[in-house]
Design a protein around this ligand. Sequence first.
Ligand code: PGA
Length: 246
Amino acid sequence: MRRPIVLGNWKMHGDSSTNEKLLRRFGSLWAGVHNTEVVVCPPYPYLPQAVQELSHCNVWVGAQDVSGFEDGAYTGDVSAVMLADIGCHLVILGHSERRRYYNESDELVAKKLSLVLEQSLVPVMCVGETLEERESGKALATIDRQLKPNLAQLSQHQLARSIIAYEPRWAIGTGKTATPKQAQEVHAHIREQLGEAAQRTRIIYGGSVKPDNAQELFRQPDIDGALVGGASLDVEKFLAICRSAE
Ligand code: PGA
């Protein structure tokens, strides 16, 4: 019922010539992926390049962040209107690296969400606990706190087309992955909060997803795909992950 989705978050990597090689190779090998929705999220300057290179295949392009302001004198910011204008399909919101390095609060993430919804872009709402929060038994409370201001503003229809990414902070870029059981437990907990849209909203896992752990994660009933960082820069690895989601 829920179509699997795999997102590649390139973070601040790449340049036009390496992207071109990666996108072309991806575009030529991608044909084997049929049932999984695939999205790549390059840095802002390369979004148009990705939109153009991937225009012949069924792969969407997403942004890694967006401004919390609508428009105006906000030096350095990129608005939701601009992202929609250049052909972006989706926006990652509240990634833990934004929360950690730029002190993004739950309230700011909620503001960004409202602007993304106005443009009919698909929001990917990231939530996840630190190791300390997990070890002190506060993982689920942290996730509930992060989700609350977002869920409060989504209609059931909007929620059904939104994506929630559970990314335990201790698993991002560390090589440590949550066990499938740990991830499933959190995904099931999140799903319980979603009301009527629960069976339609996709909840994906992120944090050191690789070809060798993807399949077991995707076997869990509440894991609908992945947000992939490091491994998304390697075409073979990324495609292997997409295929395991099929
Ligand atoms: P990682 O990153 O796969 O490199 O751990 C995931 C993410 O930050 O979205």
